[in-house]
Design a protein around this ligand. Sequence first.
Ligand SMILES: [Zn+2]
Length: 278
Amino acid sequence: MTPRIHPYVSKEPMVRPNAFIVEAENELVIVDTTLTVSDSKALKEMAAGLHKPIVGILLTHGHPDHVAGTANIAPEGEVPICALRSVHDLMKASEQAKHEQWSAMFKEEWIPKWVYPNRIVKDGDTVHLAGLEFTVVDLGAGGDSDANSIWLLENNTLAAFVGDFIFNDHHTYMADGSVLRWIANLERFEPLMSKYKTIYVGHGPASDSSAIAGQKDYLAAACAHALEATGGTAVFTEGSRKKYEELMFARYPDYGFTFTVAFSADALAKELVGVAPV
Ligand SMILES: [Zn+2]
C-alpha cells in the first residue's frame, strides 16, 4: 500500500505542535512526539487505533514540543528513536533549562523527564523502518533551533517532514537566533523540498512548496518590522517591543502561537543590531 500520513494536531492551545503517524502496510512510524502529557498519550492512542505496531520514531529537532512526548510513546526506548547527534546533544544540553523555563507554565502537563534518541544518524543517512525509506538532511542551525533536520519519505517522494523549519499559519519561534542562516537554508533546500508531494510542518497545516516562500517572507517581515518599531536601531524597549508585536499581529492577524512574537524579539534584534547604523 501507499503509506498514509496521519497528522496529529496537539490540543494544547498555545504552542500546538504537530506530530505525524506514517502508516505502512503492517507497521507505523512516528515523526515527532508533541509536548504535553495529554497530547502524547492521545498520539499513542491514535496510533493504537490503527492496530499496527509502532516500529520507530523520527525526531526533527530537539525542542520540547517535538521530543518530550517520546517519554509516553516509548518510555524505555523500546523502538529506534532516530535523530542527528546534534539534536541529541542539544536535548542533553537544554533539558534542565527548558524544565526551569516552562514547567511552571504547563504544570502537570509538563513531561518531567525526556527519553533520548537511541539511534544516531548523520546527514544523508537513509533509515529503513516499516518497509519504508526515510532520509535525513542536516540543516545545522538556521531553523527554529540550533540543530535542525528534515526527514524525507522517499517512497513515491511522498513527504518532507520539516519540523520547525517552516511554520504555517503560526508565528515563528525565532528566540534561538540564526535567522540569516535560516533564510539561506530555505533558499538552499527549496529545490530538494519541492520534489516531495507534501510538506508537513511542525505547526499548522501541511502544504505544498509554496510554504517555503511564505516562511522566507515571514522572516523578512519580522526583520523589517523590528527595524520599523525601533526606528532603525534594532534595540528594543518595552514600548517598541509592543509596537513590533502590533505590527506583526496586523500583518498576520489569524496566526496562532502569538506569544512567540514578543518572546523572539530580543534574539531577532541581537542579529539585526549588527547591521544597524551606529
Ligand atoms: Zn515547535
